[in-house]
Design a protein around this ligand. Structure first.
Ligand code: SAH
Length: 358
């Protein structure tokens, strides 16, 4: 079992950083959470927006089509998706953009995915598409070309590290073994945190800092790609737009929260995304990055209600109620509408829909 392999590693080599633990729990090729063909649906541990409703991917398709037109219809270009899960969003996006003259003809499709099990589900999802499809395992390997990029619930799955301030100094939270030989948190001295503390207020005893070299390098990769070759990236996730201290790491199994160390490989482990950091990285690369907007206002501005109305026209009362429930889940402020945020990083001068209120 993965848990036993982690214990053996710790016995042999000492404690793991939280990022090492999280990376293996999610991405171990045999027993990692994303190697086990998780169902991101009602029957899985959690449900994502594209699995809630086809309207989500369709509206993102409309966004990408508008960005492509505003960028002057680059040809060739690539549609890149980070962490595509079951490929549902892309299937809906491609269907919604089929009638945009020239778009599919100009585009290649690039999926950034490490899980072999999910790669094969993604291949099935877009099997009917006329676009050439290929896979990369990291953002750094994506070809150099004008790009429309989408990442939905990708950054929250990237491994994070944590440090704790005791009033005098910072220590890193590590995953080691307790006296009973079970996985347990401990503390070790931490290397220089100065770059991660820039712009934050002085810490108080008990403050926790979350930091993620993986998030940093993925965000830099995205920003460099768009900065060097143009045009737009859309990043959707749950998280915060104010830098600060605090712990957001969580594990979810069967729609209920569970202990992070209890079931490595069997529970989804995520952390809130630091949108302020992503935005700053984009701006450093010369991109336009407006403050993120809530998923609710974003989808409404793109025509969620109109789309639901068209899909429901002439349908049964049940079908219309189901669509109404989908709209609520995606956009309701007490559901995904406010917690989930949408950040666009674009070439300067590009005009994209959905950010009017920003
Ligand atoms: N976007 C999908 C799935 C979100 S789950 C949806 O909204 O339904 C996170 C996705 O990111 C999975 O496809 C997972 O395999 C992938 N992923 C996580 N960490 C990754 C990494 N380091 N490199 C590449 N893909 C990763």
């Amino acid at each position: 079992m993965l848990k036993d392999r982690l214990k053996t590693q710790i016995r042999a080599n000492g404690p793991l950083t939280l990022a090492d633990f999280m990376g293996q729990a999610l991405m171990d090729p045999r027993e990692g959470y994303y190697a086990r063909r998780p169902v991101f649906g009602a029957k899985g541990d959690f449900i994502t927006a594209p699995e809630i409703s086809q309207m989500f991917g369709e509206l993102i398709g409309i966004w990408i089509a508008s960005a492509w037109m505003s960028a002057g219809r680059p040809d060739p270009f690539q549609i890149v998706e980070l962490g595509p899960g079951r490929g549902t969003l892309m299937a809906d996006l491609l269907r919604a953009t089929q009638s945009v003259a020239g778009l599919h003809e100009a585009a290649d499709l690039i999926f950034v995915e490490q899980s072999a099990a999910l790669q094969s589900l993604q291949a099935e999802a877009v099997a009917n598409a006329s676009l050439p499809v290929r896979w990369c395992t990291s953002v750094a390997d994506v070809p150099d070309r004008p790009t429309a990029l989408i990442a939905n619930e990708f950054f929250d799955a990237l491994p994070i590290r944590q440090a704790i301030f005791d009033g005098q100094k910072w220590a890193e939270r590590m995953v080691g073994l307790n006296e009973a030989g079970e996985l347990a948190f401990g503390l070790l001295p931490v290397a220089d945190l100065a770059p991660w503390l820039a712009g934050l207020p002085p810490p108080k005893a008990g403050d926790i800092l979350e930091f993620s070299p993986q998030v940093m390098s993925a965000a830099q990769g995205v920003s460099r790609l768009i900065g060097d070759h143009g045009f737009a990236a859309l990043i959707i996730d749950y998280g915060h737009d104010k830098r600060g201290y605090g712990e957001t790491l969580q594990a979810v199994r069967n729609h209920a929260s569970t202990d992070v160390l209890r079931d490595p490989g069997l529970a989804d482990v995520t952390a809130h995304v630091d949108f302020a950091l992503l935005r700053a990285i984009g701006q450093n690369a010369g991109l336009k990055a407006l403050p993120p907007v809530g998923q609710g206002p974003f989808l409404l501005a793109l025509g969620l209600l109109e789309r639901a109305g068209r899909l429901g026209a002439g349908k049964s009362k049940e079908a219309q109620n189901a669509l109404h429930a989908e709209v609520e889940r995606l956009a309701g402020p007490d559901q995904m509408g406010a917690l989930f945020k949408v950040l666009a990083l674009t070439t300067k001068g590009l005009v994209v829909p959905g950010f009017d209120g920003a």
